[in-house]
Design a protein around this ligand. Structure first.
Ligand SMILES: *Cc1c(COP(=O)(O)O)cnc(C)c1O
Ligand SMILES: [Zn+2]
Length: 412
């Protein structure tokens, strides 16, 4: 059973069948999945959704698989909570965190997209899956490929954080570290994808993969009692998540699951890799590729595949874009931890660092609802902050050493 009509070119609107295709052969535009919303509307009501299990598949009619999913059965439905302490710190009235740093199984939002991609790859009959990754996609693809018994190739830039490498190797894929940046890895993978019959989750089955991100938006709406927030701040790498959050909201509006579409979407990037932010600020239709240089490695894509669509999402929704310096990213990671008890990775630091600026400069009003997208886990990027936090106090195992070294020193 499926509500997918096929694929459609985002540029010239030509239709394609449900196959592992990703570019239009007429205009080279990217393809995206098209659904039969008329039929979905009759089935996918609020009453129906809330009866279902709490994972991303509760919205399966809006996902591009024809059979039961084979992985990610516990992925999604991560917490969305009111961030009272952070509200005070930022001087805003209604602030929420959507927290994919605890997503199952590999602690980032990438588990959503990979669950769709690998389920689809199985339907297509692939026996090998692969990806070009900035880290989290590597973790998720390797993990879910192990569970689904695919042969798995992972390509990463050689300078990734140790935890992202270990968190990939543990699943025993073939891990290839390329001496170059992500954009070079990606270019190489495009070449490999045309030569070998593998399912590259973010290349040749990208139209299916990307749809998984919509569940992030569906959940925000459902968890806010079927209301979309006024403002959402989204970290951007390839620009897929932000584009699909917007698509997800538009779909919920079309299906009558929200009654207004008035959410402004904000793109957040690191100063050292901000091609999407630059294009928004320069009011440009094209993305000028940059050479990444930032601690936010998971977002370090200098030539984003969905960059132009990320920019049009920001424009269409009436949002804006901003970047955060490495120092601001670190400050924001600490602020989130010390106000809300949430340890996010550098990408989350980018989201909060940018949100802080947008609020301070008046782009986001202080009295309207705001959702911050926290997409990854702090334990994976410890290098970025380990020299910028406090250290422990070492003592001897007796009370006098404790009092001498701890009590006396902390008494203020
Ligand atoms: C990949 C990633 C993003 C951005 O994803 P895109 O869809 O490529 O823009 C955001 N946060 C984290 C933690 C990621 O790993
Ligand atoms: Zn086309």
């Amino acid at each position: 059973m499926s509500y997918v009509k096929g694929l459609i070119c985002k540029e010239c609107r030509r239709s394609y069948p449900k196959r592992p295709l990703y570019v239009c052969e007429y205009c080279f535009g990217p393809l995206e999945v098209e659904y039969d919303y008329g039929r979905i509307k009759r089935i996918l009501t609020k009453k129906e959704i809330i009866k279902r299990s709490k994972n991303m598949w509760r919205y399966w009619e809006l996902l591009p698989i024809d059979k039961y999913p084979i992985v990610g059965l516990y992925t999604g439905f991560t917490p969305l909570f009111r961030a009272k302490n952070l509200e005070k710190a930022l001087g805003v009235r209604e602030l929420y965190i959507k927290d994919d740093s605890v997503n199952h199984p590999t602690l980032s939002f990438k588990d959503r997209v990979v669950a769709v991609a690998l389920s689809k790859a199985k339907e297509f009959g692939f026996d090998t899956v692969a990806c070009a990754s900035t880290g989290n996609l590597a973790n998720s693809t390797a993990s879910q490929a192990a569970e689904a018994k695919f042969r798995c190739f992972i390509f990463i830039p050689a300078d990734l954080e140790l935890s992202k490498i270990v968190g990939t190797l543990i699943y025993n894929p073939i891990l290839v570290a390329v001496e170059g940046n992500y954009d070079q890895v990606n270019r190489l993978c495009s070449e490999i994808a045309t030569k070998y019959k593998w399912a590259f989750v973010n290349i040749n089955i990208r139209p299916y993969y990307a749809e998984g991100s919509k569940t992030f938006a569906y959940e925000i709406v459902e968890q806010l009692q079927w209301h979309a927030p006024k403002h959402i701040v989204v970290p951007c790498a390839g620009g897929s998540l932000i584009t699909k959050i917007w698509k997800g909201l538009k779909e919920f509006y079309k299906l009558g699951l929200i009654d207004k579409l008035d959410t402004k979407i904000y793109a957040a990037q690191a100063q050292g890799c901000a091609p999407i932010v630059n294009a928004v600020k320069e009011n440009s239709e094209i993305i000028k590729p940059v050479k990444p240089n930032t601690i936010a490695k998971s977002l370090a894509i200098g030539n984003p595949a969905d960059g132009v669509y990320a920019v049009s999402t920001v424009r269409e929704s009436g949002g804006w874009a901003e970047s955060a310096s490495d120092e601001e990213i670190v400050e924001a990671i600490k602020l989130l931890a010390q106000t809300e008890g949430i340890f996010t990775e550098t990408a989350g630091g980018v989201t909060l660092g940018v949100a802080k600026k947008l609020i301070k400069r008046g782009f986001i009003p202080k009295d309207e609802s705001i959702v911050l997208c926290i997409t990854g886990q702090g334990l994976k990027t410890q290098e970025a902050i380990s020299s910028k936090i406090g250290s422990f106090i070492k003592i001897k195992p007796n009370i006098s050493s404790f009092e001498e070294n701890v009590i006396k020193k902390i008494r203020r």
